[in-house]
Design a binder for this molecule. Structure first.
Ligand code: SF4
Ligand code: SF4
Length: 283
């Protein structure tokens, strides 16, 4: 079967400390990082062994993963496996980029977020240009605070025109957003409006739990990152039995990595094969 996995291991540290980040405000010991590495290697071995499935994988760490060589190595390994269609990762793009040449770039993708308070526009842009030069598929994006408008406008002007730039809506502050600010974000990201909703999801069918799952470092399977109840474990030889169509039990869903799997939104038609790395078919 075709199975999409959102992997989030025990990494909870970052080299940045964004004010708006709900996690990654701490450092981790060598022992904790070694445990994260071990779990990741077990996961990639499991993917390699389960040749009866075709996998698409998005790493959604609670921190910055690509500053650690074991995540770079995992992407290199996964993208060369015949049963992996796509291996993507969310990143602040602060790492060196030479490792991407070890990957099969046909199957690699990055979701790169610019954090204007932690890196200069020039540094982030240089990394984007470098990715583009190395022919890596990626989206770039910024959290939609009005205070970042100048930086966002400069980023759009200087990014290669074929790179999609998304804006994450700050939903708790939407009611205070001026019409001019909203129009600005719409002008930068034609799909900004998609990210401004708490989509009703209770009782709706969602691919999460059937063909999309969330997996943690111990192999515990949840339907998605937003419903905490475990439904199985990938290291259980009969884990496929836990995959079937389910109705969402949350009232709403508001994160791209969740709501894009809600059947009724039909966002697979908007994002197509770029759904994991957040690149629409056409902009
Ligand atoms: S770069 Fe990402 S993970 Fe790191 S502190 Fe900022 S928002 Fe959090
Ligand atoms: S709609 Fe969102 S919260 Fe509900 S199952 Fe799907 S991804 Fe999870």
């Amino acid at each position: 079967m075709n199975l999409t996995i959102l992997y989030r291991g025990s990494l909870i540290s970052c080299n940045y400390g964004c004010e708006y980040c709900p996690f990654a405000k701490r450092s981790q010991s060598a022992v904790e990082l070694a445990s994260d590495r071990q779990s990741l290697e077990r996961f990639t071995d499991w993917i390699a062994q389960n040749t009866q499935h075709q996998f698409s994988i998005l790493f959604t760490p609670w921190g910055e993963a690509l500053i650690h060589p074991w995540y770079q190595q995992a992407l290199a390994k996964l993208t060369h496996l015949p049963n992996v269609n796509k291996a993507a990762i969310q990143t602040n793009l602060s790492c060196k980029l030479d490792w991407v040449d070890d990957c099969n770039k046909e199957r690699l993708a990055l979701w790169a977020t610019f954090h204007p308070e932690w890196v200069s526009l020039e540094q982030f842009l240089a990394q984007c240009w470098e990715l583009d030069r190395r022919r890596v598929r990626f989206s770039a994006g910024v959290v939609g605070f009005p205070k970042f408008k100048n930086a966002i406008a400069s980023l759009r002007r200087q990014l290669p025109s074929h790179i999609y730039l998304w804006i994450n809506a700050v939903k708790r502050a939407l009611s205070q957003l001026s019409e001019a600010d909203r129009q600005f974000f719409d002008s930068i990201d034609p799909l900004y409006h998609l990210n401004t909703h708490y989509y009703p999801s209770y009782g709706k069918t969602c691919r999460a739990g059937e063909s999309v799952i969330s997996v943690d470092g111990d192999g515990t399977v949840r339907r998605c990152h937003f419903i905490k109840e475990p439904i199985g474990n990938i290291y259980d030889p009969k884990f496929e039995a836990t995959l079937f169509k389910r109705l969402c039990t949350n009232e709403t869903c508001h994160c791209h990595i969740g709501y894009v799997h809600l059947d009724y939104l039909e966002l697979d038609k908007v994002f197509g094969s770029g759904i994991l790395e957040r690149i629409p078919e056409t902009v």
